[in-house]
Design a protein around this ligand. Structure first.
Ligand SMILES: C[S@@+](CC[C@H](N)C(=O)[O-])C[C@H]1O[C@@H](n2cnc3c(N)ncnc32)[C@H](O)[C@@H]1O
Length: 727
């Protein structure tokens, strides 16, 4: 990062200069082809991790001027480190593309001058081949070109905003004569072009088919023919995830005369992907009525109905969701979002926040939200994967893997489907001011840097499922400390502010985020969860944990960390070390004698005395772990009274208020919920076991209910409870 900063500073010194040491065309061609060959060789070799690293330039806005109002500029006239505002370049690719972090290609202008062109935020190879984006002989326009020095000291045109580039069709009047192919499509009929489009569709070349159909439309004047070509193009748009355009091509919402089943079906598909489930359902109902023998439509209607039900009732088949998350890679699940009784409100000092509009009980479903965008990183797969590393010298932040991929995924989604962009662009994006227009000349404008900033302030890491991480944590298999590389954006959940001691908790099943109340919540309470799970360590820099998010946490735990003198922290550490030694000794010897447990209790008491604020206000997160060990020891030894006492202690350490953890017939009640951790399931199950052995059936059932509630909060559902904890 520092080295690149120096490169950038050096480059800045040359800002505005016209470079006089540009390489000639032949040298550039040879060098480019050598680099391309090396990329291919690297990607083909086994057991190598291909790291594509790239430095993000200082943020700059996309072009918001219509092409008609821009004037041309040639490569020769470009100045270094400059955005040539008000200008455009007409270019032709003279090489096939090379895919690195971006797509690289050599281009020439009409004067035959050559430059490297770097295109960023283009789709990944898996969804669109680089040659489908730009290939040898592609003709394109770069709006307000940015010319810069590359990390290797060469010069390049760099395009970060998708909307700053426009590809021209051969038939386009702006294509210079010199670059026009010998056989022009202008001579072809609309019907012939449509047939070519159909052939490309059959070959799976959807992007090229779109171009063919678009050319056909230019040459067609007959309404019926236009309708057919558009209907065909709508399928190509669906295949390339351009749902707004697909919907528009079907003639939705009135479809005109003689509505075809294909148009209705494609409109319904587009609506489904735009998550407009109710309109999708209505369209399919119409289709089923008009074409009652269409079995595909019947199945699609049933699917749309399920999404509508999930959306309105919050009833999900969680067993199915878990099975799907296990099976699908990436784990992108086909389900709707349910939004519970919540609303966005302003909060003093925090911008906006999410509030409960109804009282909720611990375990209640607040949100079950489908990711707006989700980047899956297979944590188990280590080799031969390509990894993107983006470094922003301006903000001194780096994005790796999932987060770097997410910027590209979101940018593409917004560019392809402007109708759903506002959900994302309305999210908090700090001080970055985006451009105040979202379309120019009927084409969407997407600001990559706004996407990057918004992503950084709203992204959440996620496991493949919280069920898996719960099992890992419970069996002490979690060696990564819950650091997940997959990540995503969940729009509604993004309005939730941070507190280390939140009242709701998020969990995941694939790309579905499930938020449940982790406490009983009163109406109009602000919903809060920890952005990072608190560890209870009293370190001086704990308060700086959230500087990346632009705030300092003021929750009671962080307040206590700040107020606790270092002498107390040292004393606590010494006691904890003694306790750890004792734990190790107990695990290596088969018997855990009375002496040892007494020592344990003494140390725990001494540790508790180092805290001044009641655990009800500030949970003692460092202590529940050893306390759990004590519970296990007592339960193993069938010291049920001691076991129940120890359970009461752990719950109080975590801020719970409980009653009835004894041998009496009085009910076992959690009067107030504290901080929920995964191991609480085990704690309540120990209580169930103790009560069972004491023949206190009702209390045992109650303890199991609490275990299930905690499980629901940490895993997201409780249908898998019996399998995870067979009795
Ligand atoms: C995911 S957004 C949460 C919603 C945001 N408050 C809004 O207005 O849209 C994260 C941003 O909210 C603000 N925020 C979250 N928790 C906060 C807290 N405890 N105190 C102050 N600001 C907080 C910070 O600006 C943070 O970067």
């Amino acid at each position: 990062m520092q080295q690149h900063k120096r490169v950038l500073q050096e480059a800045k010194k040359r800002q505005g200069q016209r470079p006089h040491d540009r390489k000639n065309k032949d040298t550039m061609l040879v060098e480019f082809m050598m680099t391309s060959m090396a990329t291919v060789a690297r990607s083909g070799s086994k057991n190598t991790q291909l790291v594509h690293s790239s430095f993000v330039p200082p943020a700059y806005p996309p072009c918001t001027t219509s092409l008609d109002d821009l004037t041309p500029i040639r490569i020769e006239d470009l100045r270094l480190e400059k955005h040539h505002r008000g200008r455009y370049m007409l270019l032709r690719a003279i090489t096939p593309p090379n895919r690195m972090t971006g797509i690289l290609v050599l281009v020439e202008d009409e004067a035959g001058e050559v430059s490297l062109l770097q295109l960023y935020q283009q789709e990944g190879e898996a969804s669109r081949a680089a040659t489908d984006v730009v290939d040898k002989h592609s003709i394109l326009v770069v709006k307000e070109p940015f010319f810069k020095t590359t990390a290797s000291g060469d010069y390049s045109l760099r395009v970060d905003h998708l909307s700053d580039i426009e590809f021209l069709d051969n038939g386009d009047a702006r294509v210079p004569r010199l670059w026009q192919p010998r056989i022009m499509e202008t001579g072809q009929s609309a019907d012939a072009l449509k047939l070519e489009g159909n052939a490309l569709m059959r070959e799976g070349k959807y992007w090229r088919a779109i171009n063919k159909y678009s050319s056909a439309l230019v040459h067609s004047a007959m309404p019926q023919e236009v309708k057919v070509i558009k209907r065909n193009r709508s399928l190509a748009y669906l295949k390339t995830s351009q749902y707004d355009a697909a919907l528009s091509d079907t003639g939705f919402p009135d479809f005109g005369e003689e509505t075809s089943d294909k148009a209705l079906f494609r409109a319904a598909e587009a609506l489904y992907h735009l998550t407009r489930y109710e309109e999708c359902r209505q369209t399919l109902e119409k289709l089923c009525k008009l074409f009652p023998t269409n079995q595909e439509a019947v199945a699609a209607l049933a699917r749309a109905q399920r999404r509508c039900d999930e959306n309105s009732t919050g009833q999900f088949d969680f067993k199915l969701l878990q099975a799907e998350a296990k099976k699908h890679r990436p784990p992108h699940l086909d389900h709707a979002t349910y939004t519970g009784p919540v609303e966005v409100r302003k909060v003093k000092g925090k911008g906006r926040g999410l509030f409960a509009t109804q009282a909720m009980k611990a375990g209640d479903l607040v949100l079950c939200e489908k990711a707006f965008s989700h980047a899956h990183v297979d944590d188990e797969k280590e080799s031969n994967a390509s990894l993107t590393l983006l470094m922003n010298v301006e903000t001194e932040k780096g994005f790796m893997g999932g987060q770097a991929d997410l910027i590209q995924l979101i940018t593409q989604k917004l560019y392809k489907n402007p109708s759903i962009a506002s959900g994302f662009t309305d999210l908090y994006h700090g001080a970055y001011e985006g451009v105040n227009t979202n379309s120019v000349g009927g084409k969407p404008v997407v600001d990559t840097f706004l996407v990057e900033r918004t992503m950084a302030l709203n992204v959440f890491g996620c496991p493949i499922t919280s069920l898996k991480s719960h099992k890992d944590v419970s069996s002490a298999q979690d060696t990564k400390g819950n650091k997940f590389h997959s990540c995503g954006i969940w729009i509604k959940a993004s309005y939730i502010n941070h507190s280390c001691l939140g009242n709701v908790r998020r969990s995941f099943i694939g790309d579905m985020m499930i938020i449940r109340a982790a406490k009983d919540i009163e109406t109009l309470t602000e919903l809060l969860f920890p952005y990072e799970a608190p560890d209870g360590i009293y370190a001086a820099k704990s308060g700086q944990k959230f500087t990346n998010w632009g705030f300092v946490c003021t929750c009671p735990l962080c307040g206590d960390i700040r107020d606790t003198p270092s002498t107390v922290v040292t004393q606590r550490q010494t006691l904890l070390q003694q306790l750890n030694r004792l734990c190790k000794a107990s695990s290596s010897s088969s018997s855990t004698g009375i002496d040892m447990t007494k020592k344990f209790e003494r140390l725990m008491k001494a540790l508790n005395e180092t805290y001044t604020r009641p655990a009800e206000q500030v949970p003692r997160l460092l202590l529940w772990d050893p306390q759990l060990l004590l519970i296990r020891i007592y339960m193993e030894q069938h010291h049920l009274t001691k076991g129940l006492e120890a359970i009461g202690k752990i719950l109080r350490l975590l801020g719970f208020t409980v009653m009835g953890l004894d041998r009496t017939a009085a009910g076992f009640v959690v009067a107030k919920w504290g901080h929920v951790v995964d191991h609480l399931v085990e704690v309540f199950l120990h209580a169930r076991s103790a009560f069972e052995q004491l023949a206190l059936g009702e209390k045992s059932r109650q303890a199991e209910q609490y275990a299930r509630t905690v499980y629901r909060v940490v895993v997201g559902e409780d249908v898998s409870f019996d399998q995870t904890y067979p009795s």
